[in-house]
Design a protein around this ligand. Structure first.
Ligand code: MSP
Length: 656
């Protein structure tokens, strides 16, 4: 247990947060939550950077007072971060007069007193987008390489910070404390840059009112970057609460994007050295998230709004995608197709399906109650993956941490497939074994939820609740991720967590297969049943056309559609397509239907899920078994069953 003070970059408020800025906050939130889970006293700081010329211009464009504009934007940012489940403890703004102004003025004065600030004249190309003077050699055809805009030529009397004086001290720092800059490739970039020599930094702007006045020259305001970096110290008391500052400073970790590591790894430590303050523990420069391989920008019109994903799926799937798919420190890419693909694979099919199956089978075979499991293969896997997870998370390899947790999820899925609880349930002599299998799997899933809780806080707590652990609010990693060998648990079956996103196709009814001989000869396997109506492979448009003959409502009402919950599902031997379903359709006894859906679903994946059936079809014999009804299906090839996942109605409910 220790104290952990974590920060992110503070955002310019000239536009709303987008997926790129959200990526940074999500990754930092995962780290903050991981530290809280470990029991560390954590202070997670975020905020807004408001003294930028672009912010000022945007406010004026909208006919607003700049401060009033920034107040509005604070609400926008807080709202977005809230919807993404970002658990910041503190939010600072650079217009904060109580905390930030005194801190900036005190640090400027401290650097002046140290002899590190002097007056001079500056001439150069200034890019307002970067809020930085650009050396001539960095311009491409006279344009800023980042913003592709022509910088302003500025010539003014400024105050300078003697950055050049700190070259050697910085190089010594990087060599003595290699973990000061992570990942390694960023450290190497910064080393090369500092070895090339450092110019002094213009740290004031003349003739502007939007900014913090210099205490020794109130007509000048502090340069936006010199101002912004100080937010980290200002938040915890620098310049206004010494006791608190001593308690929390230095920051343990600054999370920033790779484009602004120079400010954080070179200018910021030099400022702190000059002011005689301790240096932060580490600066981590994360990579960028691109959209279809391109930088997101307003001019390209390709800014992804993270709330689009959160509104459709809740914040967890987006948080998982960004943490699992982007190796932390490197760049990543986002496309909606890939996101949906990963949602189906990682959540609907893998974790969600696992939780569902365990809960449904425990409910069915054990009335929802399980004793603590004995040790088994999943016990070892849980211990091994937890150790790998901790190791990865401690070195900020967040993607490896998630991968370790997912090895446990996949292991539990394989365990279910191998042990086949549905088969054990048919054999009384396997009673104890079935109990152990279900208890072991549910404990493994509970531990996976503990490990995934920094990434998917909402879902993890829900999974834990379903697996009988309602104490997730007070989890501590050591105890919570340990295999529980005592205490009964109540497992709750509450429906699918993440409904599968089905392929987009015209909705149509897939007929039950035509009857085959009641008693197929063992020597000659029965032919594959064929659909009685339109072939399943007919194009979706043909389906719509065939269905377009108008019928009166009374005809429709003759068809009795009902919600049914899948109790058992297994392949029919010797058939490629048929699955035998035992369904709870709200009737006195389970109903059996044979459906041609085996090419779309692993039968077990359907257990516990709700589907819609046609309940008043005359019974038919297929492959020697009776089928009592038909399953509605919706997919272009006709093979998928409609699964009602969100909040399915009770079995037996009529669908109209
Ligand atoms: N205001 C400065 C930071 C001052 S910190 C003392 C700034 N603001 S920003 O709004 O432009 O960017 C905020 C953070 O978001 C930066 O760390 C930046 O690297 C990050 N990102 C902006 N776009 C991004 C992506 N497309 N992908 C990942 N991070 C990105 O810079």
């Amino acid at each position: 247990m220790g104290s952990f003070f974590l920060t992110t970059a503070i955002d310019y408020v000239n536009s709303r947060p987008h997926l790129g800025t959200a990526y940074e906050k999500i990754s930092a939130d995962v780290i903050a939550r991981y530290h809280r889970l470990k029991g560390d006293r954590t202070w997670f700081l975020m905020g807004n950077d408001e003294h930028s010329q672009n912010v000022y211009k945007r406010a004026l464009e909208q006919g607003k007072d700049p401060l009033a504009y920034c107040d509005e934007m604070e609400q926008v940012f807080r709202d977005v971060w809230g919807r993404l489940d970002i658990s910041f403890d503190d939010f600072i703004r650079t217009t904060d007069r109580r905390r930030h102004f005194p801190a900036v003025q005190q640090m400027a004065q401290a650097c002046l007193d140290r002899g590190d600030i002097y007056e001079g004249t500056y001439e150069g190309h200034y890019c307002v987008g970067c809020e930085e003077f650009k050396p001539e050699k960095d311009l491409i055809d006279g344009l800023c390489p980042v913003h592709k805009t022509r910088p302003e030529w500025i010539c003014e009397r400024n105050w300078f910070f003697r950055l050049s004086r700190y070259q050697q001290a910085l190089l010594d720092l990087y060599r003595q404390q290699p973990s000061f800059i992570e990942p390694e490739m960023r450290r190497n970039e910064i080393l090369r840059f500092v070895e090339g020599g450092l110019d002094d930094l213009s740290m004031s702007r003349a003739g502007q009112s939007w900014g913090i006045p210099l205490p020794f020259d109130p007509k000048s305001v502090v340069y936006v970057w010199f101002d912004a970096l100080i937010n980290y110290a200002a938040a915890v008391g620098y310049g206004w609460d010494d006791a608190q500052f001593r308690e929390w400073w230095p920051a343990s970790l600054h999370i920033v994007g790779k484009d602004i590591t120079r400010f954080h790894c070179v200018i910021w430590p030099a400022m702190l050295m000059s002011a005689g303050l301790p240096l932060p523990g580490q600066i981590f420069g994360h990579g960028w998230v691109f959209f279809k391989g391109e930088r997101m920008s307003k001019s390209l019109g390709n800014m992804v709004d993270p709330l689009d994903a959160a509104r459709r799926f809740g914040p967890d799937p987006l948080r998982l995608y960004l943490t699992k798919e982007v190796p932390y420190g490197g760049d990543g890419d986002f496309t909606w197709e890939r996101f949906e693909e990963k949602y189906n694979a990682d959540l609907a099919n893998n974790l969600g399906n696992l939780v569902n199956r365990i809960a449904a089978m425990t409910e069915r075979y054990r009335g929802g109650r399980l004793p603590a499991p004995a040790s088994g293969p999943l016990t070892h896997l849980a211990a091994e993956t937890t150790a790998a997870y901790r190791q990865a998370m401690d070195r900020l390899a967040l993607h490896d941490g998630v991968a370790a947790a997912y090895r446990l999820v996949s292991g539990a899925n394989e365990f279910i497939a191998e042990t086949q609880p549905w088969a054990l349930a048919k054999d009384e002599s396997q009673d104890a074994r079935l109990t152990q299998v279900l208890a072991e799997a549910s404990e493994a899933v509970r531990i996976a939820a503990v490990l995934l809780s920094p990434v998917m806080p909402t879902a993890s707590h829900e999974i834990a609740r379903r697996m009988g652990d309602s104490a997730s609010a007070s989890w501590r990693l050591d105890a919570a991720a340990s295999w529980r060998t005592s205490g009964d648990r109540t497992v709750t079956n509450s429906g699918a967590l993440w409904p599968r996103l089905e392929d987009k196709g015209a909705i149509h009814v897939s007929e039950t297969p035509a009857p085959t001989p009641a008693t197929p000869s063992p020597a000659a396997p029965a032919p594959e049943p064929v659909p009685a109506t339109a072939p399943a492979t007919a194009p979706a448009t043909a389906m719509v056309e065939a269905a377009s003959a108008v019928i009166p409502i009374d005809d429709f009402m003759k068809v009795h559609l009902k919600v049914a919950r899948v109790l058992e599902a297994e392949r029919v031997p010797k058939s490629k397509k048929l699955v035998r379903l035992q369904l709870d359709a709200g009737e006195a006894t389970p109903r059996q239907i044979l459906a041609g859906i085996a090419e779309s679903y692993e039968p077990e994946a359907l257990i516990g899920r709700s589907i819609v059936i046609v309940a008043n079809l005359a019974p038919r014999m297929m492959m020697g078994m009776e089928s009592n009804g038909m399953v509605l299906a919706a997919s272009p090839d006709g093979g998928g069953a409609i699964v009602l996942d969100a909040e399915p109605a009770a079995p037996g409910t009529r669908v109209r």
